[in-house]
Design a protein around this ligand. Structure first.
Ligand SMILES: Nc1ncnc2c1ncn2[C@@H]1O[C@H](COP(=O)(O)OP(=O)(O)O)[C@@H](O)[C@H]1O
Ligand SMILES: [Mg+2]
Length: 195
């Protein structure tokens, strides 16, 4: 199996299922963690991420389809595209990304790491990936932080279009935006990883 990418938390492998490309996101052992705790963390996060992917799809966001879930790994559809951070998106793509985020939020899902490194563009439109820090949450704070991370990872023009898409769908737009402004004033985001 081809190892394609090593992230902070997981290793990605590429495999085939018939003619379909499958990506395996595997949470490998962290030797510095106590073994029992390590096992629990990896199991819990894997299960949560798989559930979030399934729920996100139901909520109307384009996300990788889940083919199977193991104890520490998710077998998912490989998206054939480029990361938003490496592309020049069309306005339409940014609008769609905004509507996807609003759909997630409306269904009580927060992404937790909603940056241009976790969004892919394809000829079939954008896909949201990496729900590894996601949560089932209706917290306005977490929703606002999704917008803040997006804002800080893309151009002003792209963010304006994404926000337009978000606004067109979200029934909680004003509440989330006022929370976002409050967070900015407070400077809470400085305590989060925004590198
Ligand atoms: N379903 C997918 N299809 C294609 N590439 C993917 C997919 N999921 C992840 N990737 C690639 O692997 C990288 C790491 O995956 P990600 O889920 O973001 O893991 P991490 O938690 O390590 O950030 C992504 O930035 C992307 O380039
Ligand atoms: Mg990621």
């Amino acid at each position: 199996m081809e190892r394609v990418n090593e992230g902070a938390e997981a290793v990605m492998y590429l495999a085939k299922l018939g003619s379909e490309a499958i990506l395996i996101k595997s949470r490998n052992r962290k030797p510095w963690r106590i073994s029992k705790i390590d096992t629990e963390i990896r199991e819990k996060r894997t299960r949560r991420e798989a559930k979030l992917l399934l729920s996100a799809r139901k909520a109307g966001a384009a996300v990788p389809g889940v083919a199977a879930v193991g104890r520490y790994s998710i077998f998912m559809q490989r998206i054939d595209g480029v990361l938003l951070k490496d592309s020049k998106p069309a306005a339409k793509d940014m609008l769609t990304i905004g509507t996807y985020l609003a759909n997630l939020h409306a269904n009580g899902i927060t992404h937790g790491d909603f940056t241009s490194a976790n969004i892919m563009l394809t000829p079939d439109g954008p896909f949201i990936i990496d729900f590894g820090l996601g949560a089932f949450s209706n917290s306005e704070e977490e929703k606002a932080l999704d917008l803040l991370l997006l804002e800080r990872s893309i151009s002003k023009k792209d963010y304006t279009n994404a926000l337009k898409g978000y606004k067109s769908v979200s029934k909680e737009y004003l509440r989330v935006i006022s929370r976002l402004n409050e967070i900015k004033k407070r400077g809470r985001y400085q305590s989060r990883t925004l590198a």
